[in-house]
Ligand binder design. Structure first.
Ligand SMILES: NC(=O)c1ccc[n+]([C@@H]2O[C@H](COP(=O)([O-])OP(=O)(O)OC[C@H]3O[C@@H](n4cnc5c(N)ncnc54)[C@H](O)[C@@H]3O)[C@@H](O)[C@H]2O)c1
Length: 276
């Protein structure tokens, strides 16, 4: 069962639906309409893969047929529960507490959190929990960070690594720490690009071109911020700042302003660049 049918939840559900080892993927959200919408997004994504001849129509049809949208109560018999809701400790803790009494006892809980403490999320739960951090776009990106909290059993981490390999992805093992490995390095770099923009050091296009051609990054930091979502980037900076108590992780004021204005990047149609 995947909880949260947004950017990441839909992508993760698609990966599982395309795996031969999976018979069914429950895709859930706060309303049945949002879950249905997630299934529609997956249909579009699979359609693009068929158009590019990366997938046959038959494979796409088989994958979409495995996706069952609805509310979390439909997933009582799920083996794995992967949470991809809002990056908010209170929301995630409340959700896992509800799931603890809904889902079968031997199921494993995983969170796709980008930065929150795995140990704090797992405290007080009957089910074991680990971080299973996919990257965006989930069906394309090879890496999954497997994050061990203080309470995560070693056997669960080993099962999770096998699961990740079976999905055609590569796991790296990480101990619970704010931002884990990738976001601890990547998100402050993006935040620094927003400072450069607001200081007038260079335009958004020039900053991105500089990092693509000068550092060989496939995508500039501001286009990447638009892809991740400005709200998600800001939430991760807040976590890094609060957890470490170090103000070097303060979110750039321009990032805060844009989030308040609803300029969240690709998902809202506008961030540092415009999208149709
Ligand atoms: N966007 C990225 O690039 C990225 C990459 C890796 C990890 N993440 C993490 O994945 C998670 C989801 O991020 P996203 O970008 O997909 O967000 P999103 O805003 O696109 O989607 C979140 C979805 O969760 C749903 N939701 C919110 N509260 C819920 C609840 N209580 N129960 C069920 N559904 C609920 C929302 O309706 C929405 O559909 C976050 O923890 C984020 O930090 C994001």
């Amino acid at each position: 069962m995947v909880i949260g049918a947004g950017t990441m939840g839909a992508g993760i559900a698609q990966i599982f639906a395309q795996s031969e080892a999976t018979s069914c993927v429950y895709l859930t959200d706060v309303t049945a309409e949002l879950a249905e919408n997630g299934k529609r997004l997956i249909g579009e994504s699979l359609g693009r893969s068929v158009a590019k001849e990366r997938l046959t129509q038959q494979q796409a049809d088989a994958a979409i047929a495995k996706i069952v949208p609805g509310l979390k109560e439909i997933g009582a018999d799920a083996d794995w529960v992967i949470e991809a809701v809002k990056e908010d400790m209170r929301v995630k803790k409340e959700l896992f507490s509800d799931l603890d009494s809904i889902v079968r006892k031997d199921a494993v809980f995983a969170t796709n959190t980008s930065s929150l403490s795995i140990t704090e999320l797992s405290a007080g739960l009957k089910h074991p929990l680990l971080g299973m951090h996919f990257f965006n776009p989930a069906p394309v990106m090879k890496l999954v960070e497997l994050v061990a909290g203080v309470l995560t059993p070693q056997a669960v981490l080993e099962r999770a690594a096998q699961l990740v390999y079976s999905l055609g992805k590569e796991p790296v093992s990480v101990k619970d720490s704010p931002g884990f490995v990738v976001n601890r390095l990547l998100i402050p770099m993006i935040n620094e690009a927003v400072f450069l923009l607001s200081e007038g050091t260079a335009s958004a296009e020039e900053i991105d071109t500089a990092m693509k051609l000068g550092a060989n990054h496939p995508m500039g930091p501001l286009a990447l911020c638009d892809l991740i979502g400005l709200d998600v980037v800001m939430a991760i900076m807040h976590t890094l700042q609060n957890e470490t108590g170090d103000d070097k992780y303060r979110p750039a004021p321009l990032l805060r302003k844009m989030v308040r204005a609803g300029k969240l990047g690709r998902k809202s149609g506008e961030g540092f660049f415009f999208y149709q």
